[in-house]
Design a protein. Structure first.
Length: 294
């Protein structure tokens, strides 16, 4: 029998679906194998889109030691996740911008770049506890195969791989998916091709990645609407203001709304392993990727 809480939550879910809004409880992690493909750009805009949709939104700069979400939000935070590690209550570290609460990282901190598992776990516990107070969480995951990068994805309901159409980006996206499969058994992920000139270029990049993944990894990939290369996206980044707010009619803004509407109405990613049980040494070599993405 449904409780009153179930009925209210179902009602909110249906209302959100009707309006094409994100569903409360969504946690989206944006990840990718290659630096500079636009993970932080997309994370910043996803965050403000959640807030514009009246969801209480938490954004985590998961790139703890090379953090730059604060720049994209136009912030110069006084505190960071390093203060959380040193015992400061996480609520005191949050910075508010554009209707979003940001848990900032630090740029260029070697301690945060080399967290031991216990330190990393203590941060995850804080994030998990904190996000109970929010309706939507966005995680800007660090580039690549680090444990923190993978574990950040394992905290999410939706893992979105951001890539650009170059062969190196595809090879690195494949490597990232391979690590996520090996480490946490990722079964279903979302893919957005960013900074691309046309729908056919985006679809071609997705198809090449999907062919490789279905052959070697068996992860289900869901193609999201692409984001075009757009001078106003770069200008907004330089101004420290998300393009969705700065230039809502820009091509990249319209594409971001389509992409975010699509992903937040889709069934979540699935994982077959417990993220926090670390298996034996993994072999993350990827000769097949180098050969097949060209
Ligand atoms: N669709 C786009 N059109 C034009 N420029 C873009 C687009 N997306 C991102 N950029 C530009 O690319 C830059 C790099 O993006 P971003 O910092 O989000 O990459 P990243 O994947 O987070 O990099 P890193 O791995 O270093 O964290 C942005 O500052 C922005 O200027
Ligand atoms: Mg980044």
């Amino acid at each position: 029998m449904n409780t009153m809480a179930d009925v209210i939550s179902l009602d909110r879910f249906r209302t959100a679906q009707r309006r094409g809004k994100p569903q409360p409880g969504t946690t989206i992690a944006f990840t990718g194998g290659k630096g500079g493909v636009g993970k932080s750009f997309v994370s910043a805009n996803a965050s403000v889109w959640m807030a514009k949709n009246e969801l209480r939104t938490l954004t985590v700069d998961g790139d703890f030691s090379m953090a730059d979400l604060n720049l994209l939000f136009g912030l110069a935070p006084e505190r960071s996740v390093l203060d959380v590690l040193r015992g400061m209550p996480v609520e005191n570290v949050l910075e508010r911008a554009h209707g979003v609460d940001l848990l900032p990282g630090l740029n260029g901190n070697s301690m945060l770049a080399n967290l031991d598992p216990a330190q990393a776990a203590s941060i995850y516990v804080e994030i998990e506890t904190l996000r109970d107070a929010y309706e939507a969480t966005v995680i800007d995951a660090p580039t690549g195969l680090s444990d923190v990068g993978i574990e950040m994805c394992a905290l999410a309901s939706h893992v979105v791989l951001v890539l650009s159409p170059e062969p190196t980006s595809l090879a690195d996206a494949y490597a990232c998916l391979k690590a996520l499969t090996a480490r946490v058994g990722l079964d279903r992920a979302f893919v957005v091709v960013n900074r691309v000139d046309s729908a056919s270029d985006a679809h071609d990049a997705f198809t090449r990645l999907e062919a490789l993944v279905s052959r070697f990894l068996g992860v289900e990939l869901c193609e999201l609407p692409y984001i075009p290369a757009d001078a106003r996206a770069a200008t907004a980044c330089a101004l420290g203001s998300p393009v969705l707010l700065q230039y809502p009619d820009a091509p990249s803004s319209r594409a971001l709304v389509s992409m975010l509407t699509a992903v937040s109405s889709m069934a979540p990613s699935t994982f077959t392993h417990d993220a926090f049980v670390i298996p034996g040494p993994e072999d993350f070599t990827r000769p097949e990727a180098m050969e097949d993405v060209r």
